[in-house]
Design a protein around this ligand. Structure first.
Ligand SMILES: [Zn+2]
Length: 416
């Protein structure tokens, strides 16, 4: 990328160009660009890739529920930081066509980037109330958000005043009403067309067959074992009531992650039959936003995307019969999302994006944790969930809860 932006209008236009590419890909039309504050150089421009073709197959588009433009830019930065000798995140700005969602806002705050925004998203955006007070952000991080996030002014006839900190690229500048309207309307129209696709919902669990009974050499089973070599080693009799049977997997995975420099945490994913399909740690040693939950939801979506687009029709059918939407499964993390950190905000946001919309009403919730971080109560975790933007509260109804099995809590607590 050798493009340069001389002002906010030009920067937003680079991002808007990406949002047009996203709309042609039939995914959410949002784009972003990473700008060097000092020179205006565009270092990387990316768009939403939640829905993506697989090698020209348009059979099944759900590729990665976390592949929002901003989240990808953060991972791109940490992957290329050394090689390209990139400046610190505080000297860079992610300019985006749409206000970041909870996941992306958490990722951007974690990494320390400045953020410049064109259109507002009253449903899932972190500034959904347009009050610039960031009620969803952990309280001690709100002032950080107020100094690093900026909403560019918009010229007549919109006449929006600039709101934001001074550290963002092109601080205090305005953009044209034309560009502002493009960024908003292209997103809104893409939401409708993505909904119309309706190829991601998956089978109701009552229509599924148990993948545990697949032959060892079946393509689907092999793909699951590739993603997690110990898949199927454990089955919970009641998937929403995981017990001590998953303690060993959670602890061993967290220990392994910690040894290579990631956080001491792990997330298990149980399918509707209670099979442990995945149990992964984070990769924070490579990028601070690659938490265990991010790795697990991406691994499941990727495995399903590849299988559901397989050139062999029988493999596609088999995959559709045994794997379904993650909303029917259960995520169990060793440690709950930490409501005092932007990573906690990101994790809850990523869970919301994974669910995509209203989830089947279930008790307990399909987002569970075994232990609480030091100094954090169950009420603190629930309070963060209830303070999220409307998409997460009234839409998905994010409700993390502690596992009910006391034995599982005891066994893990005594080993950490
Ligand atoms: Zn996002």
């Amino acid at each position: 990328m050798t493009k340069k932006a001389a002002n906010a209008e030009q920067a937003v236009r680079i991002a808007a160009g990406k949002s047009i590419e996203a709309s042609l890909q039939n995914t959410f039309a949002v784009g972003g660009v990473l700008i060097d504050n000092r020179s205006g150089t565009a270092l990387c421009a990316l768009h939403n890739n939640v829905l993506e073709d697989f090698e020209n197959s348009k059979l099944f588009l759900l590729h990665d529920p976390t592949a929002h433009g901003e989240r990808q830019i953060v991972d791109w930065y940490f992957k290329n930081r050394k090689r390209l000798n990139l400046p610190d995140p505080g000297k860079l700005s992610v300019i985006t066509t749409l206000d970041p969602c909870a996941m992306c806002a958490g990722a951007l705050l974690t990494a320390g980037f400045n953020v410049g925004v064109s259109a507002i998203d009253n449903y899932a955006g972190i500034n959904y109330n347009e009050a610039f007070d960031f009620p969803s952000v952990p309280s001690r991080w709100r002032s950080v958000a107020q100094s690093s996030f900026a909403y560019y002014g918009v010229e007549a006839p919109i006449r929006r005043a600039y709101r934001g900190g001074k550290r963002v690229a092109f601080a205090k500048q305005t953009i044209s009403a034309f560009t502002f309207c493009l960024t908003g309307t292209i997103f809104e129209s893409s939401v409708n067309s993505v909904r119309a696709l309706d190829n991601n919902s998956g089978q109701d669990p009552s229509k599924l067959t148990n993948p545990k009974n697949l032959p060892r050499n079946s393509t689907v089973r092999k793909a699951l074992l590739d993603a997690y070599p110990e898949a199927f080693s454990v089955t919970c009799p009641k998937p929403r009531l995981p017990g001590t049977e998953i303690a060993r997997a959670l602890l061993n995975t967290a220990k392994k992650a910690h040894r290579r420099g990631a956080a001491f945490n792990s997330v298990a994913f149980l399918d509707p039959f209670g099979n442990l399909l995945l149990c992964l740690g984070g990769a924070e040693e490579r990028s601070p936003i690659r938490t265990a939950f991010m790795e697990v939801t991406r691994a499941y979506a990727h495995t399903r995307w590849v299988l559901m687009n397989h050139r062999d029709k029988s493999v596609r059918e088999q995959a559709g019969n045994v794997l379904t939407h993650p909303k029917y499964g259960t995520f169990v993390s060793l440690y709950s999302p930490d409501p005092n950190t932007p990573q906690g905000l990101m994790t809850m946001g990523a869970y919301g994006s994974t669910m995509e919309g209203p989830i089947p009403e279930t008790f307990p919730s399909n987002l569970q944790y075994v232990l609480l971080p030091e100094g954090v109560s169950q009420a603190d975790v629930s309070e963060m969930a209830m303070g999220l933007p409307p998409f997460y509260t009234t839409g998905v109804q994010v409700a993390p809860s502690q596992v009910l099995d006391e034995g599982l809590i005891e066994e893990t607590r005594s080993s950490v």
